[in-house]
Ligand binder design. Structure first.
Ligand code: FAD
Length: 286
């Protein structure tokens, strides 16, 4: 099923999962996948490592398994570390498995992973994918500006290029401050970006995640969020419950403001996904 059509019918609710680490067997994620499938999300996206920290054939296998179990998969596809020939081969495999939906990405530029010359931006990849098959293509977007962009104006202009290249819907980077999303959505609309934008929500439910948020994520942390994290960082259960509650309150506010969809960064935690799904089932799309 093509994901872009779902937005015409409802507020989309989707999950994101990542494959096990390179040396781990794929089977360790099967229980989680089955539990997530039972929650009947509109689709599940599977990350694809630009740096090779996970096994990318696992990503394809996970997407195939989701499809076999009746859930629409979306495969992520970063491009800057791959040649055109490598991407073409991956597209062939995606097509052979009957996967129709791709999240086209540039990938992060890091000194450890050599860049290839063939693709510079996600929009280059989108054009290439369009030439090589009939896929539904999504793109990423950044309510608080992509870190490489000189300004919000440049970033939004570049986002428009991505949509013009053929991205039929967008998924945001995680954010904790809904106002940042609302301001971004307005600017995107003013720039003529008229495709659905799914809001990326990450429940922060353990101390490791808090540390990562503070050091690397770049998302602004509202005072309410910081208070919760500081208060409960040494109480794992309370932190988990408070993190879930915070994500639910974000989602309710977004749903009330007519968001096109919610993309839950599940971090492969089916318990958290279930708690959130149950809490919002009567609200999202109501
Ligand atoms: P682009 O859209 O190419 O943008 C990158 C930068 O270039 C921006 O600053 C933009 O303003 C600028 N730019 C874009 N187009 C142009 C242009 N035509 N001219 C000039 N400047 C331009 N990474 C992975 O490796 N694997 C994953 O599975 C993965 N999943 C992700 C899922 C989501 C929902 C998100 C938000 C990110 C994900 N990422 C993933 C991370 C992503 O690869 C990085 O954020 C990366 O740095 C940018 O990717 P992009 O596709 O947004 O890049």
């Amino acid at each position: 099923m093509s994901i872009k059509d779902l937005f015409k019918e409802k507020t989309v609710f989707s999950f994101e999962v990542f494959p096990p680490k390179k040396d781990s067997p794929i089977e360790i994620i099967y229980n989680t996948l089955d539990e997530l499938n039972d929650l009947s999300p509109d689709f599940i996206s599977v990350t694809f490592s630009a740096g090779g920290s996970s096994n990318n054939s696992h990503a394809l296998d996970i997407a195939s398994r989701l499809k076999e179990r009746g859930v629409t998969p979306m495969i992520h596809l970063p491009c800057i570390n791959y040649t055109k020939a490598e991407i073409e081969e991956t597209l062939k495999q995606i097509k052979e498995r009957g996967i129709e939906n791709i999240l086209a990405l540039r990938g992060d530029i890091t000194p450890e992973i050599p860049l290839k010359e063939d693709f510079r931006y996600a929009s280059d990849l989108i054009g290439f994918i369009r030439e090589h098959g009939d896929f539904d293509i999504a793109g990423a977007c950044y309510p608080e500006v992509h870190p490489d962009a000189d300004s919000i104006v440049d970033d939004i202009r570049n986002l428009k290029k991505k949509v013009d290249a053929g991205a039929s819907h967008l998924i945001t980077q995680l954010f904790f401050d809904n106002d940042a999303f609302y301001q971004f959505r307005e600017k995107a609309e003013l720039a003529g970006i008229d495709v659905p934008i799914e809001a990326g929500i990450m429940p922060v439910v353990n101390k490791r995640q808090i540390e990562r948020m503070v050091t690397t994520c770049g998302a602004s942390l509202p005072r309410k969020f910081v208070r919760i994290m500081q208060r409960y960082e040494h109480n794992p259960e309370a932190l988990r419950d408070a993190g879930i509650a915070y994500a639910i309150s974000q989602i309710i506010d977004l749903a009330a403001s007519g968001v096109d969809g919610i993309h839950l960064y599940t971090m492969n935690n089916a318990y958290v996904a279930r708690k959130i799904s149950e809490a919002i089932s009567g609200i999202i799309g109501a």
